[in-house]
Design a protein around this ligand. Structure first.
Ligand SMILES: N[C@@H](CCC(=O)N[C@@H](CS)C(=O)NCC(=O)O)C(=O)O
Length: 219
């Protein structure tokens, strides 16, 4: 059985989406980020980076995996789903997964910090991150014009990772006006019962409480 250490955030939801899609049995350990449970010694043994998500695979000698991209690859390989074995198709999925891990995630994360949580409004920082996120969305728009899913004809762990973040575009203050393909793709994934279920495990926090607890954590 997999044990998932998580919280109600886009990086956490990537993994509950994947576990639901793959129908892998798992138990949930929800950490309270504002209480800094993720920095406690017991958890640093599982994730030396002191962040969620992380998993422990109790069917594999209690093997621990941190970094959401690495967890997605581990689960895809364990279940034999959502990551092709043919080398070029596999590379395409990993390229878009890295695009999420190195681009969309960090940039949307910073957009949220400066747009929603920072104690002072710094227009330069807000605009910088929102503009970069919009640029990344436009990169996806072009890719999705000729591909059903982000890495080709099949749904993959790259779609799960991207959707978990992008479904929250309005919280980050990003416009999706004119991005017809991106909206088509968002609807396509939202229509998947397992993806929708996964993005509610654990359920999103009340937006007011979210801002308050994020401020506490960042202080
Ligand atoms: N690159 C990491 C990022 C993980 C991350 O930033 N997690 C956030 C929640 S989305 C977290 O645990 N924040 C708590 C903290 O920074 O102490 C991953 O993808 O797993």
């Amino acid at each position: 059985m997999i044990e998932l250490f998580t919280a109600a955030t886009p990086n956490g939801w990537k993994i509950s989406i994947a576990l639901e899609e793959m129908a892998l049995p798992y138990t949930l350990r929800t950490l309270t980020l504002s209480k800094l449970e993720q920095k406690e010694e017991w958890f640093l043994k599982i994730n030396p980076n002191g962040r969620i998500p992380a998993i422990v695979d109790h069917d594999n000698d209690d093997f621990a995996v941190f970094e959401s991209g690495a967890i997605l690859i581990y689960l895809a390989e364990k279940s034999g789903q959502f990551l092709p074995t043919e080398p070029n198709a596999r590379s395409r999925v990993l390229q878009w997964l890295m695009f999420q891990m190195g681009g969309v995630g960090p940039m949307m994360g910073q957009a949220n910090v400066f747009f929603r949580y920072a104690p002072e409004k710094i227009p330069y920082a807000i605009e910088r991150y929102q503009r970069e996120v919009r640029r990344l969305f436009e990169v996806m728009e072009r890719q999705l014009a000729t591909n059903e899913y982000i890495a080709g004809p099949d749904y993959s762990i790259a779609d799960m990772a991207l959707w978990s973040w992008i479904a929250g575009y309005s919280w980050s203050g990003i416009s999706v006006d004119g991005l017809v393909q991106l909206k088509r793709w968002m609807d396509l994934i939202e229509a998947r019962p397992a993806a929708k279920r996964g993005r509610n495990i654990p359920p999103p926090n009340d937006p007011n409480k979210l801002a308050e607890s994020a401020r506490k954590m960042l202080a």
